[in-house]
Design a protein around this ligand. Structure first.
Ligand code: ADP
Ligand code: MG
Length: 629
């Protein structure tokens, strides 16, 4: 037996490790299992180069739990270590990393993210264990098995032991404050989280499976009995879909992998993108496009980040642009500096390149789908829309590419690219100042009257709705300088798209003034601005609109965007159609009481059609209507 001191200047480093890495204790298992997997992979390599001449056997990792002894064991049949190797890799190299970590990050926030980067891997065992043993037999012929042991002080012992099987066992004597890790369910959970796709089979105890009775026993109904059998509980799929070539995968394989990733999800993804890059950085992965619904937030944070098949994190905000966090799936890259702080990630040039690359791939895929099968793309548009809009609003590069496949949808359900649409409506919807006016509705039903008026003029109407519509509209107008988007109910139809000829008024100046005064006396003047307009006699007698600008301000306010204006007053424009027969008659009416009543009735009808007549006013309207019958 030999005792020694781990090569370390800092006194007692372990309590510090423990405290610093407080929030992430569970990753000890990830570190130890991935070391075991590495040991197996290394042996495979040595075997393939002929340096290792023995039998490989079935390479595997076993995680064992002994609640009574309070131990967790991670065993592998990989390369193992000689006493010299332990000295070199565990006592010296691994520890120098831990020490560096402590001296640099003492007391700093986010220190827990740094594990691994400094090679703290093996020593993370001391986050949960008061004593750790390494029992190992090297692959070398005639090697002597050895045991390393440390109780969390810089002292260790190395002893020669009996061990007949190749490989390493790490035995953790779990500390009193980490007893949660002696629960089978907890270990199962951690293993599933971090090790689900590691490339060497990992076993953890047994699990119960139900199979047809091997003896052919039958139940009372004559069916073959199902019996419970204990089978080894393998944690991982060693060959996850993203590590395979796209050509070897069918559509069904991709869907099956989606279910493997999200066993709790009932939705099928719309389509996927298989990423495969090896220059200038390594990146593989599969991104799935989910149906994006109202509950956007719930759907976020579903991209899992892996490094060589080891799960790292599911919060990838700094690695991919924000809008891409709406996607699901897996990204695997050994080139992302995984264990550094968030602020470091943001400025890392590799990360920037990776993020730009993923954005480009996603845009290319959408462009390709649009080109290949436009009607299929159109059918998916409702589900894609929010994503494409979000991307266009937040990422300039994406916005540029998205121009070719961003679709406008007319209320008839026809789809157009911007270019196609502008071309189509140009002849009829250009106003006298040569501005092209695009009309839209966000709710055909409640804006029915306005939609109908626009249709009667032969105009085309877009359906623009969804949570991002207000932002998207501003962006569209910025990108298309001579185009204006106006909601159908923002003004009377002839004002929305002003053509040259003015319609003459049938009322005299005095008559217009009287009509105006009458209407002003029946509405709340702060909220409703009365205007006398000469419109077509076939247009409605009263049209209530909310100017595009005011409505947009109100919407901004609702989105919490524009606090600058304070509480923006809700105002409407009430246009009285001077050429409508009822208004003409009203102007000539001499009985003042009857005049007011009619004005009130007409105004209420217009309000009613807008859903603006409520409460007491609505009640009075009904009373009045009844008495008129
Ligand atoms: P890293 O894995 O980043 O090299 P670790 O601290 O996790 O750092 O491990 C230090 C070293 O200890 C490894 O590089 C390896 O040489 C050795 N080692 C750890 N676990 C095993 C194991 N199960 N079998 C063989 N060697 C191991
Ligand atoms: Mg390691």
């Amino acid at each position: 037996m030999k005792t020694g001191q781990i090569n370390v200047q800092t006194e007692n480093i372990f309590p510090i490790i423990k405290r610093f890495l407080y929030s992430d204790h569970e990753i000890f298992l990830r570190e130890l299992v991935s070391n075991a997997v590495d040991a197996c992979q290394k042996l495979k390599v040595l075997s393939s180069t002929g340096e290792y001449k023995g039998e490989l056997g079935e390479l595997r990792v076993d995680v064992k739990l002994d609640k009574e002894a309070k131990t967790i064991t991670i065993a592998d049949n990989g390369i193992g270590m000689t006493a010299d190797e332990i000295d070199k890799y565990i006592n010296q190299i691994a520890f120098s990393g831990a020490e560096e970590f402590v001296s640099q990050y003492k007391g700093k926030e986010g220190a827990e993210n740094i594990i691994g980067h400094f090679g703290l891997g093996f020593y993370s065992a001391f986050m949960v264990a008061e004593k750790v043993q390494i029992r190992t037999l090297s692959r070398n012929e005639g090697a002597q098995a050895v045991q390393w042991e440390s109780n969390g002080s810089p002292e260790f012992t190395i002893t020669e032991i009996e061990k007949s099987t190749r490989g390493t066992e790490i035995i953790l004597y779990v500390a009193e404050d980490a007893l949660e890790f002696l629960e089978k369910a907890r270990l199962q959970e951690i293993l599933t989280k971090y090790c689900k796709f590691l490339p060497i089979p990992i076993f953890f105890g047994n699990k119960t499976e139900y199979i047809d009775s091997p003896e052919g026993e039958k139940d009372d109904n004559g069916n073959i009995k199902r019996v419970a059998v204990e089978v080894p509980n393998q944690i991982n799929n060693t060959n996850p879909a993203w590590t395979k070539a796209p050509l070897d995968l069918t559509e069904e394989d991709y869907k099956a992998f989606y279910r493997e990733l999200y066993p709790m999800s009932f939705e099928e993804p719309l389509f996927h993108i298989h990423l495969n890059v090896d220059y200038p950085f390594n990146l593989t992965g599969i991104l799935y496009f989910p149906k994006i619904n109202e509950r956007v937030e719930v759907q976020r944070n579903k991209i899992n980040l892996y490094s060589n098949q080891v799960f790292i994190t599911d919060s990838v905000e700094q690695i991919v642009p924000e809008f891409l966090t709406l996607l699901h799936g897996v990204i695997d890259s050994p080139d992302i500096p995984l264990n550094v702080s968030r602020s470091y990630l943001q400025s890392d040039s590799n990360v920037k390149k990776i993020s730009a690359h993923i954005t480009k791939k996603v845009a290319d895929k959408l462009a390709e789908m649009f080109k290949k099968d436009r009607s299929d793309f159109e059918a998916k548009w409702n589900d894609l829309k929010v994503f494409v809009e979000y991307g266009s609003l937040t990422d300039d590069k994406f916005a540029e590419k998205a121009k070719t496949f961003t679709l406008l949808k007319s209320i008839e359900g026809k789809f157009y690219t911007t270019e196609e649409y502008l071309e189509k409506v140009k002849p009829l919807q250009t106003d006298k100042d040569n501005k092209l006016v695009l009309l839209y509705t966000n709710d055909e039903e409640s804006q029915f009257g306005y939609v109908k008026a626009a249709k009667d003029r032969g105009y085309d109407i877009l359906l623009i709705d969804g949570p991002l519509a207000p932002h998207w509209i501003s962006k569209f107008e910025q990108d298309n300088q001579d185009v204006m988007l106006t909601r159908v109910d923002a003004d009377s139809i002839d004002n929305l798209i002003k053509k040259s000829e003015e319609i003459p008024s049938k009322l005299s100046k005095e008559e217009e003034d009287t009509v105006k005064t009458v209407f002003e006396s029946v509405v709340n003047k702060d909220k409703f601005n009365i205007e006398i307009k000469s419109m077509q006699s076939s247009d409605a007698p009263i049209i209530i609109t909310q100017p595009e600008f005011i409505r947009r301000m109100m919407e901004q306010q609702k989105l919490g965007g524009n606090a600058f204006f304070g509480a923006f007053p809700e105002t409407y424009k009430v246009m009285v159609n001077a050429n409508h027969p009822k208004i003409e008659a009203l102007a000539k009416e001499t009985d003042n009481a009857s005049k007011s009543e009619k004005a009130k009735q007409l105004t209420d009808l217009a309000l009613l059609s807008q859903g603006l007549l409520k409460g007491e006013a609505l009640d009075q309207f009904i009373e009045r209507s009844i008495s008129l019958v």
